[in-house]
Design a protein around this ligand. Structure first.
Ligand SMILES: [Zn+2]
Length: 105
C-alpha cells in the first residue's frame, strides 16, 4: 500500500491517492507516457481562422504539462497557431495524425 489516508489527509495525501489510482488504471506492462514539464516537446501548426474567418478557440492541453501556443505570421501574411506538446502526449499524436491526413490530400 502506497499511502494511508488516515495519516496523510490534505493535498499531498490526495495527490498520492490520485497518482495511485492513475497507476492502477494502466494495463499491465504499459509504459507511462512522459508528459511532465521536462518531457521532450514537439509542435504542430494549426490554422488560426476557419473558412468563414472566425478564429478558432485555443484551450490548454488536458494531457501534458509543457503545452503552450505561439502565434505566427508566415511570409504570405497568413496567421497560424503553433501548439507545443510533449511528444508522447495523446492530444499531440491526434493533432499530428489529423495534420498529416489533411496535408496528404
Ligand atoms: Zn498535450
Amino acid at each position: 500500500m502506497l499511502y494511508r489516508t488516515d495519516t496523510q489527509a490534505g493535498p499531498i495525501g490526495h495527490a498520492v491517492a490520485v497518482l495511485h489510482r492513475y497507476a492502477n488504471a494502466m494495463e499491465p506492462g504499459q509504459r507511462r507516457r512522459d508528459t511532465t514539464y521536462t518531457a521532450p516537446i514537439g509542435c504542430v501548426d494549426l490554422a488560426a481562422f476557419d473558412e468563414n474567418g472566425e478564429p478558432y478557440e485555443i484551450h490548454g492541453c488536458d494531457y501534458c504539462l509543457p503545452w503552450h501556443a505561439e502565434v505566427h505570421i508566415d511570409d504570405d501574411g497568413d496567421v497560424f497557431i503553433r501548439e507545443w506538446h510533449a511528444v508522447e502526449c495523446e492530444a499531440f499524436e491526434e493533432l499530428v495524425n489529423i495534420s498529416n491526413r489533411s496535408s496528404d490530400s
